[in-house]
Design a protein. Structure first.
Length: 182
């Protein structure tokens, strides 16, 4: 089940996203607050993807110094932002369940892969012994690396989600009422 959830998390995200969009009740204030939160999550993802050479090494540079899985932390922060925007208990619950199930499965699956491929180097990293393991901690951020890791897909996904939520708020009239001071 873990492997299935990890493998299908993006597709499940699209299905969950459609349901969330239908139920969402965004307002001008939830859009502003939630967008700020979601952008923090995406910025963390961009920073992490600019330090990561996926499946080729264990890295301890950039946000990997502080988080074992900064891409997933960024995704979770984005999810919180989208839940704030949605302004609906059912959507917030759906997002929470989705994040716990799929990111938890992805983390377990990824850690098993990394332990199998890198063995003690990965375990040393997880214990915080990056220097002892000879892991690079001072690598500079690379936008080219972030592009190679296809982070532009997450940026596009967030942009589409935000646009759809803005359109929904406009359609519901909450943006017009906020603009008119009502």
């Amino acid at each position: 089940m873990r492997t299935l959830l990890a493998r299908w998390r993006v597709s499940l995200g699209f299905v969950s996203g459609v349901l969330a969009l239908i139920l969402a009740q965004p307002t001008a204030s939830t859009l502003a607050t939630g967008t700020a939160i979601a952008l923090v999550g995406e910025c963390l993802r961009v920073w992490a993807s600019g330090h990561l050479n996926k499946s080729r090494e264990v890295t301890a540079s950039g946000p990997y110094r502080w988080f074992a899985h900064p891409l997933y932390v960024g995704s979770a922060i984005m999810g919180v932002g989208l839940a704030v925007i949605a302004n609906d208990f059912v959507v917030t619950t759906l997002i929470g369940l989705y994040l716990v199930a799929t990111l938890g499965a992805a983390i377990r699956s990824e850690e098993a892969f990394l332990r199998g491929k890198f063995g003690d180097r990965y375990d040393d990293y997880r214990r915080g012994a990056a220097r002892a393991a000879g892991l690079e901690r001072d690598r500079r951020f690379s936008l080219a690396q972030a592009r190679a890791n296809r982070e532009h897909r997450a940026i596009a996904g967030l942009a589409v989600a935000l646009l759809l939520l803005i359109l929904k708020a406009t359609y519901n009239g909450t943006l017009w009422r906020a603009a008119a001071g009502q």
